[in-house]
Design a protein around this ligand. Structure first.
Ligand code: XMP
Length: 317
């Protein structure tokens, strides 16, 4: 019997007591968990919370600027660090999914570490870890966890020597959303689909180039905006587009084309552990496929993923 208001007042008091006048650094991702953690901490310690939002160059279209503006509008003390070129150059030529994740994890830590050293006398690292992350990282020993190395938990190196504060670590996702609502966070932000830390890198199968990122950002934008305008976004647990490493033949006018293939994925799930593909209306799929092919240069074919998890994971990599 969870009451968000009581949680907020108790947690704010607890954080004040624990953190006193110490400075705290927190990495914002644009997602629900880190945002709720930040707003909660901001209520407790105000300006002593230093937020860092890193652009890894693999976010959704316009996401870095939009989310940064939104955070500033919420009164958070946030610094946007645009490291897109650095991530993309480190990823150049890399096709293996786990290598991509490792590179992104490492570069993120390097950027974050550099940035937090600029904050004089920072004592604490805050994280938006929630209960399922805690469970998942405890079971990391098991065979399933090594299938994909998620880097949400425990990702920072010891030499940072910061004490860890995780105000959401006892909460489930729906409780985090309710806490967020009671803190007055924009319902649209709270209703966002999950988005993986390595971003679009694991939705570009094969190697990553700036041009592929651009294509996928455009396609993803058309798909997600389409879901919203058709009233389907909130009926889907997670959706995204995948850029396949194959070209297919098409015709345009009397020209033959040989261009990229896109797969669309939309799933229903409660926790991401199992998932079913969503029966999106044919009319919607028809419209979206036309929009993608007409609007995004370099794509001439769209397919829809009708695989459930297990065995097909939500992401293709
Ligand atoms: P899979 O593909 O394993 O995804 O069925 C389950 C959920 O986890 C997300 N995911 C990740 N999140 N880092 C993350 O932060 C990752 O490396 C990663 N891989 C998958 C995926 O988007 C889905 O919500």
């Amino acid at each position: 019997n969870f009451t968000p208001n009581a949680f907020v007042s108790e947690m704010v008091a607890e954080l004040k007591e624990k953190l006193q006048d110490d400075k705290v650094v927190l990495g914002l991702s644009g997602g629900v968990d880190s945002t709720v953690a930040a707003v909660l901490l901001h209520q407790a310690i105000g300006k002593n919370l230093y937020c860092i939002f890193v652009n890894n160059g693999l976010l959704r279209k316009n996401e870095f600027q939009n989310v940064l503006d939104q955070y500033k509008g919420m009164g958070l003390n946030v610094k946007g660090v645009d490291s897109g070129d650095r991530f993309l150059s480190e990823l150049a030529g890399v096709s293996d999914p786990e290598t991509k994740r490792k590179i992104i994890g490492r570069v993120f830590i390097e950027v974050f570490d550099d940035e937090s050293h600029l904050i004089e006398d920072v004592k604490w690292l805050a994280q938006g870890t929630i209960y399922p992350d805690v469970i998942e990282s405890v079971s990391v020993k098991g065979p399933s966890a090594t299938i994909k190395s998620h880097h949400n938990v425990g990702g920072l190196p010891d030499y940072m020597k910061l004490k860890i504060v995780e105000p959401l670590r006892m909460l489930f996702k729906d409780e985090v959303r309710r806490v967020g609502a009671s803190l007055g966070i924009d319902p649209e932000l709270l209703g966002r689909h999950p988005f993986p830390g390595p971003g679009l890198s694991i939705r570009i199968l094969g190697d990553i180039t700036p041009e592929k990122v651009r294509i996928l950002q455009e396609v993803d934008f058309v798909f997600i905006e389409g879901l919203k305008s058709w009233g389907l976004y909130d009926k889907v647990w997670q959706a995204g587009a995948i850029l396949l490493p194959v070209n297919s033949v098409g015709v345009m006018g009397d020209e033959r084309t040989y261009e990229k293939v896109i797969a669309l994925r939309a799933v229903e799930s409660t926790d991401g552990m199992t998932a079913d593909w969503v029966h999106l209306p044919y009319e919607f799929l028809m419209k979206i496929s036309n929009d993608i092919i007409n609007k995004v240069k370099g794509v001439n074919r769209v397919v829809y993923d009708i695989s459930s998890k297990p065995p097909a994971t939500i992401e293709w990599e």
